[in-house]
Design a binder for this molecule. Structure first.
Ligand code: NAD
Length: 451
């Protein structure tokens, strides 16, 4: 049994030695991470298969490939990001120079979820290492194979004082949250996000909260419907809908709904076959609790397509529910499964009003060929991030900040954002000693004499 107070203390002592701040140390650690992931690709894919029945294609695309790219991008830019940045000085500061120094926080705690158990544990770890921190990583207890592998890989390749993985569930999470760490990066649900923030407040520890919510996907009447159908089907049903930024529900313009839904049904068949329950590559639902929660939604509205499920394998086929209203149970909380409710709208202003009266979404997707429609939605609805004429893809760019707003989270990461999240920006003014301007002193004559 690990004593968490001692662990934090050991990491803090190690951090204070200053080694993790060396650029070469950070680069070496990232290179080591890169090669150990490359050398264990098959082990990672096997664990993901056992935990979630993820296909190798999905595991590579959404868990491994994306991480390898993020490490390469970080390595390429780290020397530039970590240099002190010279900034302007005001006229009254004449003679002085101003700099921003990025410094690591110290001992950081990363708590990650089960839905992309490898990627969502390692992505923040990259930022934490890049910025020069020590890390305690707590992966999800619901994906034991991946969590165990993470623990083994990290233990075998990094010293515990620098990075360590602590496996465990809620109790472990709470015990770690009780310790005073210097930064907490949490990815998970909104209710647990509140628990994390409350625990952090006791120590005044800053947090990033990457949370969830209901992400709308709008299909306007002028959209390229065939392409929209394909991109919605992929974004929604990859990982059986257990993606924080999956389109949670569709808002389809009433004029094109009858044309769009058959296209969506065809796109699903093209991706997963006519009997997805028999598709050995289709991701399962993580637990019986979530399976039961999801199947209870199947009573809502009218079943347009799908709707079959297998309690033995915990698979639910991609399902479209039509004639849904905001009062239905499926519209109360984030769905996080392969069920796609469809709502209709006629006026854009009414759609905007409906979304704006609910918690701010993590993502939003707009399918429309009209720049005015795109602009109106972007201008009037606040949400974490998203795509125009696509779904989910914004997540893969290291140039775009990724995070929520309001109920969907606090802070953003990816690319330089990950480095920034794990760095404190120290503002430093370097003053000249060659002269001393008198204006600031109450008695100017005396001040000039002192030089
Ligand atoms: P969760 O909040 O149940 O668990 C996340 C982590 O918190 C796990 O490591 C878990 O052990 C721990 N935890 C759970 N309950 C806790 C408690 N009471 N006290 C302290 N720690 C606790 O989330 P989940 O079910 O693993 O993941 C699904 C949720 O995560 C969805 O809401 C999804 O939208 C969200 N999510 C967000 C992102 C994002 O990047 N914004 C990414 C993936 C998932």
């Amino acid at each position: 049994m690990v004593n968490y107070s001692e662990l934090v203390q050991r990491q803090r002592e190690f951090f204070l030695q200053g080694k993790t701040k060396d650029l070469s140390f950070r680069q070496a650690a990232l290179n080591k991470l890169l090669s150990l992931i490359k050398n264990h690709e098959q082990d990672i894919m096997d664990s993901l298969k056992k935990d979630l029945n993820k296909s190798e294609f999905d595991s590579y695309l959404t868990e491994i490939g994306i991480i390898l790219e993020e490490i390469r991008f970080t390595l390429k830019n780290l020397h530039k990001w970590s240099r002190p940045r010279r900034v302007k000085t005001t006229l009254t500061g004449i003679g002085s120079k101003s700099y921003i120094y990025s410094e690591p926080y110290g001992v950081t705690l990363i708590i990650s979820p089960w839905n992309y158990p490898f990627q969502l544990a390692i992505a923040p770890l990259i930022g934490a290492i890049a910025a020069g921190n020590c890390v305690i990583l707590k992966p999800s207890e619901l994906t034991p194979h991946t969590s165990k592998l993470l623990s083994k890989l990290i233990t075998d390749h990094f010293q515990e004082e620098f990075i360590t993985v602590i496996e465990g569930g809620i109790e472990t999470s709470n015990a770690l949250l009780n310790e005073k760490t210097d930064y907490i990066f949490f990815t998970g649900s909104v209710p647990v996000g509140k628990i994390v923030m409350e625990a952090a407040a006791k120590h005044l520890t800053p947090v990033t909260l990457e949370l969830g919510g209901k992400s709308p996907c709008i299909i306007h009447k002028d959209a390229n419907l065939k392409l929209a159908a394909k991109r919605v089907a992929w974004g929604k049903f990859t990982n059986a809908g257990q993606t924080c930024i999956a389109p949670d529900y569709l808002m389809v313009h009433s004029e094109i709904k009858d044309e769009f839904l058959p296209l969506l049904k065809d796109a699903i068949t093209e991706l997963y076959g006519s009997n997805p329950l028999a598709n050995k590559e289709f991701t399962k639902i993580i637990s019986e609790r979530h399976f039961n929660r999801l199947t209870s939604f199947l009573e809502n509205g009218k079943n347009y397509s799908g709707g079959k499920f297998n309690p033995d394998t915990l698979v639910i086929e991609p399902t479209i529910l039509d004639d849904i209203s905001w009062d239905d149970s499926v519209m109360q909380d984030e769905i996080f499964g392969p069920i796609l409710p469809v709502l209709e709208y006629e006026e854009l202003s009414s759609l905007i009003n409906q979304v704006n009266h609910r918690p701010k979404p993590l993502s939003l997707y707009i399918f429309s060929e009209s720049v005015e429609v795109q602009k109106e939605i972007l201008d009037r609805i606040s949400f974490g991030g998203g795509c125009i004429n696509d779904t989910v893809y914004h997540f893969s760019s290291p140039y775009l900040p990724f995070g929520g707003v309001g109920d969907s989270g606090i802070g953003a990461y990816h690319g330089k954002g990950s480095f920034d999240v794990f760095s404190h920006e120290k503002g430093i003014l370097k003053q000249t000693t060659k002269f001393d301007l008198p204006f600031r002193y109450p008695n100017t004559k005396n001040a000039l004499k002192k030089i």
